[in-house]
Design a protein around this ligand. Structure first.
Ligand code: FES
Ligand SMILES: [Fe+2]
Length: 381
């Protein structure tokens, strides 16, 4: 009989959360945005990477640089959010230490009188590492980190056969939510194959879960499943969006990996989505979802939606009609179903009577595999 490796404490103890921030999230690559979020020269964007606030700059030659967004004097955050570089120097708002866009300290108030003999060359902003992968910007707090290609080595063959850079973002569909649950519960729910046919019986039934192929490639989880026979047999009509994959492709289906530690992708036959899981506190997690679709006319989207409406109206249902439609389990929305489950599990974990039951040998193997990897990072990192 298989069992979870974690105990309840792993999801509720602030000391374990602190360790994860230091040993995992301060030592891995982080999604920082889509390449088009920082496409213009002389712009920047800031990123929270565990406990580290980082800034990525695209300079006037188009090169990308990344730094820790913390002043070398007392540690004040220098830049906010994202935007255009409007001054020749970066100025810290606290005591006005000034850095150039290479992160070098260039000047400070009353330097001669107050900081005699100061070697400014030793006080550049701490460098971080930035790289691009599949149309996304990634950043690592350590300048000497392993390359992004090595970090994701082996994963490209487990991903959709289309070019993400050619897709366009559906900007009105950016979804952001704070879930009252530990980040690992959100990850585990994402990679739990066992729940797909049960919790999402009425909402994710366009795929053939029984034929799913999944496993780990290094620390990253890969997952692929084909379309259900009914969906596939009349796909040109049934697809809600213009297709991104050839309807005869052997890879036709959806690729749903979870890149360690907490970045999900959903690369389907007609849309590409990111599912960014950001730990905020031991029992609080932000999720951001962004979607890209085919770069085609609005008319194509409208006519595809009209063609497919009948299929979806008959197909998508609440899990159980006994729930009112205001209840997450009556919502016919798979995100609401998942959020509800994660929040309910977090509540259970604090009960002194709680204990994990047995774990499904095949369908929950991804959860145990993820837990093993978290523990290894905590012990090795
Ligand atoms: S903390 Fe930045 S100038 Fe003092
Ligand atoms: Fe789910």
């Amino acid at each position: 009989m298989e069992h979870n490796i974690f105990t309840a404490k792993n999801y509720t103890d602030p000391a374990i959360f602190d360790l994860e921030m230091r040993k995992i999230f301060s030592q891995c690559w982080h999604f920082a945005g889509l390449v088009e979020d920082l496409s213009k020269n002389n712009h920047y964007l800031t990123v929270l990477a565990g406990y580290n606030n980082l800034v990525i700059v695209r300079n006037d030659h188009g090169q990308l640089n990344a730094f820790h967004n913390r002043c070398r004097h007392r540690g004040m955050k220098i830049l906010e959010g994202s935007g255009e570089i409007s001054h020749s120097h970066l100025s810290c708002p606290y005591h006005d230490w000034a850095y150039n866009w290479q992160g070098e300290l260039k000047g400070l108030p009353q330097e001669k009188a107050q900081f005699k003999g100061l070697d400014k060359a030793c006080l550049s902003l701490k460098p971080a590492k930035v790289s691009i992968w599949r149309g996304m910007l990634w950043v690592h707090p350590d300048q000497d980190a392993t390359s992004l290609e090595d970090y994701f080595s082996g994963m490209p063959e487990h991903l959709a056969p289309y070019c993400v850079e050619e897709l366009i973002e559906a900007k009105d569909e950016i979804f952001e939510v704070v879930i009252t649950a530990n980040w690992k519960l959100v990850v585990e729910n994402y990679i739990d194959h066992y729940h797909l046919s049960q919790l999402h019986r009425g909402t994710l039934n366009m795929y053939d879960h029984k034929s799913a192929q999944f496993g780990f490639c290094g620390d990253h989880y890969y997952f692929w499943e084909p379309l259900s026979e009914e969906f596939r047999s009349n796909l040109a009509t049934n697809s809600a969006l213009p297709l991104l994959m050839d309807k005869n492709s052997p890879q036709l289906g959806t690729f749903v990996p979870m890149l360690f530690p907490s970045f999900g992708l959903a690369e389907s036959e007609s849309s590409w989505s990111i599912y960014q899981i950001l730990p905020l506190e031991v029992n609080k997690t932000r999720v951001i979802i962004r979607n890209k679709v085919k770069n085609t006319s609005s008319l194509n989207f409208l006519s595809q939606a009209a063609r497919s409406a009948k299929f979806w109206t008959s197909r998508i249902k609440p899990k159980d009609n006994s729930y009112p439609n205001k209840h997450p389990l009556g919502s016919a929305d798979f995100m609401q179903e998942d959020i509800y489950v994660c929040e309910q599990l977090q509540k259970s974990l604090i009960s002194p009577y709680f204990e994990f039951g047995p774990s499904a040998a095949h369908g929950e193997a991804p959860i145990r595999g993820f837990q093993e990897r978290v523990l290894r990072w905590l012990n090795d990192g």
